[in-house]
Design a protein around this ligand. Sequence first.
Ligand code: FAD
Length: 308
Amino acid sequence: MFHFKLHRSDPLIRLLPQVRGKYLQNISLARHTWFGVGGNAEILYIPADADDLSHFLRNKPHNIPLSLIGGGSNLLVRDGGVPGVVIKLDSLYFKQVEIGQDCITCGAGFHNVDLKKYLLQNKLGGLEFLCSIPGVIGGSVKTNAGCFGKEVKDVMLHAQIMNGEGKIKTVSVQDLGLSYRSSLFPEDWIILSITFKTSPSTKEKISQILEEQKQYRQAHQPYNQRTAGSTFKNPEGLKAWELIKKSGCADLSIGGAKVSEKHCNFLINTGNATAKDIETLGETIIQRVYQHTFITLEWEIKRMGIEK
Ligand SMILES: Cc1cc2nc3c(=O)[nH]c(=O)nc-3n(C[C@H](O)[C@H](O)[C@H](O)COP(=O)(O)OP(=O)(O)OC[C@H]3O[C@@H](n4cnc5c(N)ncnc54)[C@H](O)[C@@H]3O)c2cc1C
């Protein structure tokens, strides 16, 4: 009997378990993020369903780096790409929706914007704010996304997660440690679905809220541009955009990256930016704001991967 020894010099795909989902090799992540920059994922894995994901987690080699992406609307992928396996819950299984009694359960890969249809059809109020946030449900829970005075933590009842051993658990808001644009739960937890509470409403009321939110965003934020939303968290009691403006950074640009003219806490890829341009622009802003105010801005955007 022959024994084949596999080393890390083998293509990663040969070390991975057979799955029912898809492995895509050397896939550009620029196409999976709103900034539209960054290098390749060594492997992008799209699990077929929760069982497939569990099988993968239980049988993959232990030393393979894993990362997770959602809709890519809060991500800066560096130009050198992401080694290891990047998981995206993008199959239909993870996009299911179930309406319950005063609640709605959405799969982690369900697009926030698609909630609109369900809210209107079923006259469910309370989640209108979430419809206006780009990305998918899993990413929105991880970042405790929020706007218009509400955040995920205010409307979430419980979540289903899978841990690094491929086991599924139901957890509460407290277990996820959600706070302003952040969460505190084990690195190996993958959100599978979320149940949100809803309240009875009317189609007219829901439509009106959705329209007001759209108008507000169009007037105050860059629209249809390559950005990842607010770059920095607001320091307690302060506004990041005010500090950026006060520190003379509102007109800054580096390579193809520039500060948005509409909202200076948004960075824009004007067309040919590299991830390096965007990250250097962000770091330059942090430095200048510190020099002017002695306040250190904290990145809200998640950065992943390696530099080129
Ligand atoms: C134009 C624009 C406007 C925006 N406005 C807002 C706003 O008003 N409020 C706001 O909060 N944000 C805003 N954002 C930022 C962004 O849309 C949110 O943070 C969004 O919730 C991120 O979701 P995503 O699916 O794109 O996550 P991604 O950007 O893909 O990932 C974000 C993080 O979530 C993790 N993640 C993804 N899926 C899972 C999962 N299933 N389980 C565990 N972790 C996971 C990723 O590893 C990563 O760390 C805006 C962005 C843009 C481009």
